[in-house]
Write a protein that binds this ligand. Sequence first.
Ligand SMILES: NC(=O)c1ccc[n+]([C@@H]2O[C@H](COP(=O)([O-])OP(=O)(O)OC[C@H]3O[C@@H](n4cnc5c(N)ncnc54)[C@H](OP(=O)(O)O)[C@@H]3O)[C@@H](O)[C@H]2O)c1
Length: 293
Amino acid sequence: MILVTGASGRIGSRVAKYLVSQQQPLRLMSRTPDNLPDYEGVEKVFGDFEDQESLETAFDGIYTALIISGQALPGNRCVGHKYAFDAAKAANVGHVVYLSLLGATPESEFPYCRDHYQSEKFLAASGVPHTVLRPSFYLDHFLEKFDANGVIRGPGGTGNGAFVSREDVARAAAAAVLAKPGGVLEITGPELLSIDDVARRIGYLVGKDLKYVNEFLTETQNRLNAADVSKGKQNLEIGWFQAISKGEQSKLTDDFSKLTKAEPQTLEEYFGENLELLNKLRAPSVSDADPTR
Ligand SMILES: NC(=O)c1ccc[n+]([C@@H]2O[C@H](COP(=O)([O-])OP(=O)(O)OC[C@H]3O[C@@H](n4cnc5c(N)ncnc54)[C@H](OP(=O)(O)O)[C@@H]3O)[C@@H](O)[C@H]2O)c1
């Protein structure tokens, strides 16, 4: 039996579909399992990384578990993941696949990378055979970075990354679950792109002049302070850009192809197949309506 945590999420729901299509014995975990879709023969279970008892039940009878990182503040989140690894150990799980993040080091500029590093340490210490998937930053995440004028602003410099689609992360995760424990795999997109490349190429898809404007750190801090953004959120926002700026995402690997026997999607292939993701950027308020640009 395979357990998928985060099964309601954008990665987990895709993984569930892949595994269902391959008729794998499956249990899906969520904090609101009643909201999960019904698949014939697929179990649904309540589980919360902050509730150890629930994890004991969720992992009982499981041979392989995909643990998709949950949502909590950096520093707290890895503790919930540790509870999941402990539950896997107690249930004699034979293979944990953990969804981490490229650049997971204790020195990373991005707080969630440091948190993933800590999670990976907990996983290794558990002794459970495992695969760690470290995807690049998601292409999807860039969509949230545009302001109302269609500009991404931040201290990302000229850094780049082989940013990856959620679809490919899900495909890699489904393949990893069905493979033997494989150590650390770095799941990247097919090409290194700067932030400006991403902005302009998304702009081309929506027919708008979208772009990236690099900021000095103090400019970003002043802008976020003026918008009353909390210190914790500022650290996340700034750290994301600085991780790119410092080259933490500048890696192109063939781990995706080796694992899935397919090629990762380009930006155009992914968004072309998921046009609804771009709807917000097509709205008139972005770029076209602002005569001051
Ligand atoms: N690499 C990147 O650029 C990037 C960007 C965004 C996110 N991420 C990470 O990748 C993960 C998966 O991405 P996604 O797009 O699928 O995220 P998503 O759509 O936001 O889904 C997050 C999932 O996490 C589950 N979850 C949250 N808190 C939990 C908890 N305390 N216990 C158990 N489950 C919990 C949620 O399940 P329920 O609410 O149903 O319990 C949900 O299914 C995210 O959670 C995040 O850690 C990475």
